[in-house]
Write a protein that binds this ligand. Structure first.
Ligand SMILES: C[S@@+](CC[C@H](N)C(=O)[O-])C[C@H]1O[C@@H](n2cnc3c(N)ncnc32)[C@H](O)[C@@H]1O
Length: 468
């Protein structure tokens, strides 16, 4: 990478959107320019911040013309907060660019043409669609440039909100958020107020000290709530005080949990979570199947869209009832159970032990007898020996994390060659990379983009592959 200080690009017309939501234009010489915090249709004067061989990365110096696809963002934190970067773009245009991104990646990275490009499935809810939010406490609030420049002594530097992108020890104090239904905002703001009134210390990221560390609010489709607080240290009296306050103030919070976390990071997975109130989990229902969601369980964050995604995966699999299906990266076994009524057997595989325990528990809870679940890193557990023991799959459903599938997993799939593969992905670039690895043996029949995350550039994609 070469850095060039003073390249300015006047009158740059931004014509489309690219990866991670950047707006794209071209210089007069035809070089591509990627611009953050602008939208297609804007005309800007831009300053190059990174110069690469084939493109520039640039920032807006000033806007000459605003795009007619722009909307006024709903949220007061837009532009500083790292989430919802596309709140200033009409939803129709968000869908258009997401769809393009998925299909272009498959053509460009996967070098695959001639597949059916299905129209993107929009989200039922444009806002308030998330069922899980995580906030951090910090005693070093992100200060605006006006606050920094002013002479006023800033007394309250405490924040409860989101980390600023690329500034991991700075937290933006969130007053409103349009991602989770009420009383999510009310709970967060009241907890902060209560903590300040009772002089409880907010976490100090630099010194690694303090008391209040993180807040997680989870909800289900009936809007039952779970609240979990992480504390940096034991303090029985104050823990009791704040958790009792939540219980009394918010009766809709069905369960309250907490964990003591004095580690360097705030990941919950290796912490001992204690139940303060209620039974410690929420229950979600899909087509009469019940799923127990504990504090550590993965569950798709946009419930209504998750149901649509699972329906698409099931439609693509087109099961007749006598198939052996593998659900790779099964999480808590949701897809496995969702399709189990139409299959002979389903084998679910996943790396997180708690998720697999929940999958087994949920299957028992739902009286499902034809699903088996196994725990392990996919590249180690998904071997020919494993397949020999569990039956040759007719169909593989795979839903890997953003990095896509490990190349060993792809190789195993190619060796055992199931008739069909349904590839669900939250990152169409890695999906396209994996599809290319499989294209000798598999035809990509159709691909369906699904919007799970309105106001962001993230998009889900489901591909159907058939053995040639
Ligand atoms: C996108 S989620 C899929 C969840 C599930 N299909 C659902 O809809 O709820 C990806 C899952 O892959 C799991 N995972 C990540 N890396 C893994 C690996 N190397 N081996 C096995 N599972 C892995 C994660 O724990 C997560 O549950």
């Amino acid at each position: 990478m070469r850095r060039k200080k003073n390249i300015q690009i006047p009158n740059l017309e931004l014509t489309t959107a690219g990866a991670k939501g950047v707006a794209i234009g071209k210089t007069e010489e035809g070089k591509t320019v990627l611009v953050g915090y602008a939208v297609p249709g804007d005309v800007v004067n831009a300053q190059v911040i990174k110069s690469k061989k084939n493109y520039y990365e640039a920032k807006v110096l000033d806007f000459i013309k605003y795009s007619s696809d722009r909307l006024d963002p709903e949220c007061m934190h837009f532009g500083i907060c790292g989430g919802c970067k596309w709140q200033n773009l009409s939803y129709e245009k968000q869908l258009e660019y997401k769809e393009k991104e998925v299909y272009n990646n498959i053509k460009r990275i996967g070098k695959i043409d001639n597949f059916q490009e299905l129209t993107i499935v929009p989200s039922t809810d444009k806002y308030f669609y998330r069922n899980k939010m995580e906030f951090s406490f910090s005693n070093a609030r992100w200060l605006t440039s006006e606050e920094i420049q002013s002479d006023i002594d800033i007394e309250d530097k405490n924040a409860l909100g989101f980390h600023i992108p690329q500034q991991w020890n700075k937290v933006l104090d969130i007053k409103e958020c349009f991602l989770q239904q009420e009383p999510s905002n009310k709970i967060r703001n009241s907890i902060k107020e209560f903590a300040l009134k009772h002089k409880m210390e907010f976490y100090d990221f630099k010194e690694q000290s303090g008391f209040l560390r993180t807040l997680m609010i989870r909800s289900n489709s009936k809007n039952d709530l779970m609240v979990l607080l992480q504390f940096f240290r034991e303090d029985e009296q104050n823990i009791g005080k704040i958790l009792n306050y939540i219980r009394e103030e918010f009766p809709e919070v069905k369960t309250i949990l907490y964990a003591i976390n004095s580690k360097g990071n705030d990941s919950l997975y290796d912490l001992d979570v204690k139940i303060f109130h209620g039974n410690g989990f929420l229950t979600e229902e899909i087509e009469g199947l019940k799923f127990k969601i504990g504090p550590k369980s993965f569950f798709q964050t946009n419930y209504k869209q998750a149901v649509k995604l699972y329906e698409i995966a099931r439609d693509f699999a087109d099961l007749k009832g006598d198939e052996v299906v593998y659900d790779l990266y099964t999480g808590t076994g949701t897809i496995a159970q969702f399709i189990s009524r139409k299959a002979k057997t389903v084998v679910g595989v996943e790396a997180v032990p708690e998720a697999i325990n929940a999958a087994k528990e949920n299957a028992e809870y739902n009286n499902i007898k034809n699903c088996r679940f196994y725990c392990g890193d996919m590249k180690d557990i998904f071997t020919e020996e494993f397949i020999h023991e569990n039956g040759h799959p007719d169909i593989i459903v795979t839903d890997p994390p953003r990095e896509g599938m490990h190349k060993n997993v792809v190789e195993t799939i190619l060796r055992i060659a199931p008739q069909k593969i349904v590839y669900v992905s939250c990152n169409s670039a890695t999906q396209a990379r994996d599809l290319e690895l499989m294209k000798e043996k598999y035809e990509v029949v159709k691909v369906q983009a699904v919007d799970m995350f309105p106001q962001t550039y993230h998009v889900e994609s489901v591909a159907l592959l058939k053995l040639k």
